[in-house]
Design a protein around this ligand. Structure first.
Ligand code: ZN
Length: 198
């Protein structure tokens, strides 16, 4: 059975501060395995909120360590198998984004580079590097919080995770706990500006 490739972007309608409108939605092939992902994502009881909250907890650790606060978790069979936060400064490593670390952890946990049946939750839309890693890891579903106008590579600037020219596509849903994911970033950069660091 072919995989379902779905691209969902949540953007608020003009003047709608609540957000949560699904404005783009496409299904290019069919698979039932991930149909549960199509539950309404603006439902406060959405299971996605629970896992995104765990990713947000990771972003708070990053915040406290002076790192750009982005967190990620990998979920398989209703449990977290990897959790990580951005450690670019600490590790002096431009590839140490939360998703990259979480993907590596998950592969080690599973003993396989193929992260099939896994869902990646990340507080910020993945960049081109992380979107590439998502494709390489064959992750079937990605849920993110805030969009990234400067580097977003799932919807905003590029569509790497649903590019049919590549050999893998993912279901991608954006906008889950968007305000919380965005606000911690804004707070971090406000603090950094106040400190004259960034
Ligand atoms: Zn990244």
């Amino acid at each position: 059975m072919r995989c379902m490739i779905v691209s969902v972007v949540m953007r608020p309608a003009p003047g709608d501060l609540r957000g949560g409108s699904i404005v783009s939605f496409s299904i290019s092939s069919v698979c039932c395995e991930w149909s549960s992902l199509m539950e309404p994502i603006d439902n406060p009881l959405s299971p996605h909120d629970r896992w995104m909250a765990a990713a947000l907890n990771q972003s708070r650790i990053a915040f406290d360590e002076g790192e750009v606060p982005v967190g990620a978790v990998v979920v398989q069979d209703e449990r977290i198998i990897a959790e990580a936060y951005n450690q670019r400064e600490t590790l002096v490593d431009p590839t140490a984004h939360a998703e990259m670390i979480a993907i590596t952890q998950a592969a080690q946990t599973l003993g396989s580079w193929r992260l099939t049946n896994c869902t990646l939750y990340v507080t910020l839309e993945p960049c081109p590097m992380c979107a590439g890693a998502i494709v390489q890891a064959r992750i079937p579903a990605v849920i993110y919080g805030a969009t990234d106008p400067k580097a977003g590579a799932c919807h905003t600037l590029y569509g790497i995770t649903d590019d049919s020219r590549l050999n893998h596509q993912s279901i991608v849903i954006g906008g889950v706990l968007r305000e919380d994911c965005r606000d911690i970033l804004r707070e971090f950069f406000a603090v950094q500006r106040a400190l004259g660091k960034k």
